[in-house]
Ligand binder design. Structure first.
Ligand code: SF4
Ligand code: SF4
Length: 214
């Protein structure tokens, strides 16, 4: 899931300086689960903006705000409205997808943080940086790119203390976790990552399943 956090309300207002009439677009998927872009947040944002002199003429909630066809369909509700801007309560992908579909300024109501695991409602952990060359098969299903503070893929830095990371002692050292897990599984021999052969993808990345993966 893409994890988002609401921007400070003052920051949102600062972006909207000069805007008098706006529409809101949420996301019923990740942003709704993060409590940043579901029905409740659309209502709260509408009330907040109206309290600050910005009229909200419409609010739409696409099933997935990163899905161009769904967004295009739902944004038809904005046709004919005299809008100065659209405020998008989704992730950065959603904001850009909305911007691809309207000839108006589109402002993000959220900051996009990471791709995360949902531990339970409202608790998320970053688990993957989408590096494009997954090493989990060698590391016991624990990602060193993400869960090691230095993103080391070829072994620990040696700075851990009592199993905690030297960069942030609130986190377990990923490499201790990896070693212990592989040891438990009897798979320590898999810990031979050919770091030199890794190829992270260039940005922006694309994938076209209709033409075959590249
Ligand atoms: S190795 Fe790369 S693709 Fe695999 S979990 Fe880590 S960041 Fe994600
Ligand atoms: S202490 Fe462990 S997790 Fe932290 S940076 Fe070093 S190897 Fe990575």
């Amino acid at each position: 899931m893409i994890i988002t956090r609401k921007k400070e309300r003052e920051a949102l207002l600062a972006m909207l300086r000069g805007v008098r009439r706006a529409a809101l677009v949420g996301c019923a998927s990740c942003a709704a689960a993060c409590q940043t872009g579901g029905e409740k947040e659309l209502e709260e944002t509408k009330a907040f903006l109206e309290d600050h002199g910005i009229q909200v003429l419409a609010a739409v909630l696409p099933e997935e705000c990163c899905h161009k066809m769904l967004v295009k369909r739902d944004l038809k509700a904005l046709r004919g409205l005299e809008l100065d801007a659209v405020v998008c309560l989704a992730c950065g992908d959603g904001v850009q997808t909305v911007a691809d579909n309207v000839a108006l300024p589109v402002y993000p109501a959220n900051d996009t943080l990471f791709l995360g695991q949902v531990e339970r409602v409202g608790i998320f952990h970053e688990y993957c940086r989408m590096c494009g060359d997954c090493v989990l098969g060698a590391t016991g299903g624990i990602c060193p790119v993400t869960r090691c503070a230095k993103g080391l893929v070829n072994g620990p830095c040696g700075g851990q203390k009592d199993g905690k990371c030297e960069v942030n002692p609130e986190n377990d050292c990923a490499w201790i976790l990896i070693y212990r897990r592989l040891e438990r599984l009897g798979k320590l021999d898999s810990l031979l990552i050919p770091a030199g052969q890794r190829h992270e993808h260039a940005h922006p990345a694309h994938l076209n399943l209709r033409e075959g993966a590249k």
